[in-house]
Design a protein around this ligand. Structure first.
Ligand SMILES: [Mn+2]
Length: 292
């Protein structure tokens, strides 16, 4: 397997020496609009070889933290079926559990958003309590979508049913069923409109709602489609690059432990390699800021 950042054999770590494990999960089953998330891990890993290893913001070579990239957990075929899905979900959960048990941080590259469900199951079981910090343009709280309860549009609903605390950030699209579900269950949601109007106070407000151990599920469509158009369901009005960098720095400064994250719903377009590069650099910065 090609290593994240294109690290040479000398720079890359073995699994046992690494403290950060990259797990490609090129799973795509429940696309509703644009497709291609199955190709995201490869596109991100390819683009990552162009990311500068030294970080100006952090003043160090982030990779020296020790990063190892696993082989993909499934084949990158857009036509994964619901039958193969449950087998794969077991595999994802086992892999996440093993990474946690070995005292390492997991970075899971989707694939569609549903992969977060088995991962979060593993984090919840291993840590007892974990807060899920959910970046997304969409609430993903539909009970089912296109007659599928494991649709990408239902991911957070299933995670909610696990009894896991979650805080959603960047939301700017939902259906009326989701709006009432949020009200009835008093869910913590930071809408993009409020973030836009509230200057930078949203960052501390989000952080105040997190527990001691956090897992981040990062849907790339939380970003503005002007900076990442390559996603299945782009929504106007998202975060810019610096808002996310500032938040990562604020979260690091809070001292909250981030135990792992996923990065999902990127759907690479061959003609738009700026998107793939942005994703690769953002993931590298997330490792640098969140896993201290
Ligand atoms: Mn989304």
């Amino acid at each position: 397997m090609k290593q994240f950042l294109g690290l040479s054999a000398k720079e890359a770590c073995t699994y046992s020496d690494a403290s950060v494990i990259i797990v490609p999960v090129p799973f795509e089953c429940t696309v509703s609009f644009g497709e291609g998330t199955a190709h995201a891990p490869r596109a991100i890993i390819d683009a990552s070889s162009q990311v500068e290893l030294y970080s100006i913001d952090l003043g160090r070579n982030i990779y020296e933290r020790g990063i190892h990239t696993l082989a993909p957990l499934c084949k990158a075929t857009a036509a994964s079926t619901k039958q193969t899905r449950s087998l794969l979900f077991e595999r994802i959960e086992k892999t996440a559990s093993r990474i946690i048990k070995d005292g390492k941080k997991g970075v899971f590259l989707g694939g569609e958003h549903t992969i977060a469900l088995p991962i979060i199951r593993a984090y919840q079981r291993s840590f007892g309590t974990v807060t899920v910090l959910h970046f997304d343009a969409h609430s993903d709280l539909r009970n089912s979508y296109q007659r599928d309860k494991l649709s990408h549009a239902s991911t957070m609903r299933r995670i909610h049913e696990l009894g896991v605390e979650h805080v959603s950030v960047g939301i700017r699209s939902q259906c009326i069923e989701e709006a009432s579900f949020i009200r009835e269950n008093n869910l913590k949601v930071f809408y993009m409109e409020a973030i836009r109007k509230g200057a930078s106070s949203w960052m501390q407000d989000v952080i105040r709602n997190l527990g001691d151990t956090v897992y981040v599920t990062f849907d790339v469509d939380c970003l503005d489609p002007a900076i990442v158009p390559a996603t299945g369901t782009p929504e106007p009005g998202g975060f810019d690059w610096y808002q996310i960098q500032d938040f990562l720095a604020a979260l690091r400064d809070s001292g909250i432990r981030v135990a792992g994250f996923d990065f999902v719903e990127f759907a690479p377009q061959e003609t738009h390699h700026a998107s793939a590069f942005l994703c690769a650099k953002l993931i590298y910065n997330m490792i640098g800021y969140l896993f201290t």
